[in-house]
Design a protein around this ligand. Structure first.
Ligand code: PEP
Length: 251
């Protein structure tokens, strides 16, 4: 029997929505949630940096807010960056690390991702660590070797006592924003592989959620969430529509 974990739903807004659009968003979202129980579900919004404090002020403690970025240093001459202390003081308790768009557009390498993971966990932030292969790696049948390398590089120095603060997002790059979803077999196989690798690294996997991201929407969420070893979803485009994101959480 697989352990029961709270399902995790992340909304990655990327560089979308403004304060006024976010205000409208939450008016609709709150109405949808008025009669809905959030028991056994963890919901985290990852808005652009500019909106973090505003969105945090919109919610009670059931819904959390996370940052799409931070820099793994205490403070200082790091123009354009934000620190763990700044986030925590404003009630921002989650961070996204290793998203494929930051790896490709901002040239974030495995070495920086490893530093971010260690810094975040040591400074009391919870992390969603993203991993995922591109299409050529998948077509060459190298996806497991590739994902194993990403996971090992990011987590090999992490103390397993941090397990409950870690969520792993499997996001095949060829499925992000493309409308092309991985099949249930591909998702199930990779999530089970991740679970086994986390165990080999010494983590208690009943405490770590492994979530899927890549073109999840209101229509396919139910099927994806029923796959063994899938503990939730990271949602990009569909999270920009409050009704669609609500349907996914409710699936
Ligand atoms: C993402 O970028 O994390 C993502 C899953 O995007 P989308 O849902 O749009 O594919």
């Amino acid at each position: 029997m697989l352990p029961m974990k709270n399902k995790f739903f992340g909304a990655n807004w990327k560089m979308n929505l403004t304060t006024s659009k976010a205000t409208d968003y939450f008016k609709t979202f709150e109405k949808l949630f008025a009669t809905h129980s959030l028991t056994h579900k963890d919901i985290v919004f990852f808005p652009p940096m500019q909106l973090l404090a505003f969105i945090h002020s919109q919610f009670n403690q059931n819904i959390k807010v996370g940052s799409q970025n931070f820099y793994p240093q205490k403070q200082g001459a790091f123009t354009g960056e934000v620190s763990a202390d700044m986030l925590l003081e404003d009630g921002i308790s989650w961070v996204l690390i290793g998203h494929s768009e930051r790896r490709s557009h901002l040239q974030e390498q495995d070495s920086l991702i490893k530093q971010k993971v260690l810094w975040a966990l040591e400074n009391n932030l919870n992390i969603v660590l993203c991993c995922g292969e591109d299409l050529s790696i998948r077509e060459n049948g190298q996806e497991k070797t590739f994902i194993q390398k990403q996971l090992l590089s990011a987590l090999e120095e992490v103390n397993p006592s941090h397990a409950s603060k870690i969520v792993i997002a499997y996001e095949p790059i060829w499925a992000i924003g493309t409308g092309k979803v991985a099949t249930s077999e591909q998702i199930g196989e990779m999530h089970q592989f991740l679970d086994h690798n986390l165990s080999s690294l010494g983590f208690n996997t009943s405490l770590i959620r492994i979530i899927y991201g890549g073109s999840v929407n209101a229509q396919n969420a139910k099927e994806i969430l029923s796959i063994p070893y899938v503990d939730g979803t990271l949602v990009g485009s569909a999270s920009l529509n409050p009704k669609d994101f609500f349907t996914i959480i409710d699936a």
